[in-house]
Design a protein around this ligand. Sequence first.
Ligand code: A3P
Length: 301
Amino acid sequence: ASSEPGVPVVGQWEHRFCRLADTFQSVLDRVYEFEVREDDVWIVTLPKCGTTWMQELSWLVLNNCDFDTAKSVDLTIRSPFLEFNGVVPNVPHDTIEAANALSSPRLIKSHLPAWLLPRQVWTKKPKIIYVYRNPKDAAISYFHHWRGMVGYQGTKADFMHSFIDGYVNFTPCWPHVLDFWQLRHRDHIYFTSYERMKTQLDEVIKDVAHFLQRPVSVEQRQQMIQHLSFESMRDNPACNHAKEFESMKAAAGREVEEFRFVRRGVVGSHKDEMTADVIREFDLWSDINLREYKLHIDDFA
Ligand code: A3P
């Protein structure tokens, strides 16, 4: 792919490895050949980095703050998760067909690393919003997701090591982030962070509105901040993934721990959910991964 015009070649693609479950692997060819539209908007993230939050924000910006639809039509319909085909039990839903059928401008979610995205992403240059989150908090959030949604029964420590070692879906983490970090100055790419959304949501809304060239009034921004608050998203069945959890629970055929997708919503959840040893391991792993780029973890937030 790197010989095609517009496809980044400046060394970003050096880590061509990505851990994917069979269900994701089975759609990779279809994803790679997916027909991209120039006016698409893509939300690309590692899991648990604030994807849903940014999808909801961007959908509102793209749709003139249509709060009624946002509250009544499930976000997974408004903004399909491209490679999530056949993952939710009992839901015979072809996510790629669903994306094909959406009218423009489409808002598409993907967790794939840059080099596995549809090749037309680099030639048609749709707008891409990338959301980074501190990997320690993302890993903790991912652990809860795996327990609640997938039925993971291993220990937290094992999960944390699997995250660091690149054994969970869509990892390794740092190459995923670094590819987009290096592409962040391209006109069609906007790079932001969960941490920034937490502290400067109003600014992020303004940035996204500017990036997508969809003006949002002061009043609309105020309404958005309310709609996008942790409590409001947690209690909004159209975007809190509660239906997905119910399907997973029904398919599991056993007791499943209660789980809320919009779970805790804080910066620094690792501080009271990770042991000091694991925190040290994460910090060392980040330093090693960032050293050759002369970057520090604080550069991303
Ligand atoms: P926690 O598990 O740390 O609470 P994703 O959508 O990428 O899977 O990310 C899920 C994470 O984003 C969860 O983190 C979830 O609580 C958090 N989140 C979702 N909506 C949020 C909001 N409105 N405010 C703050 N955090 C939010």
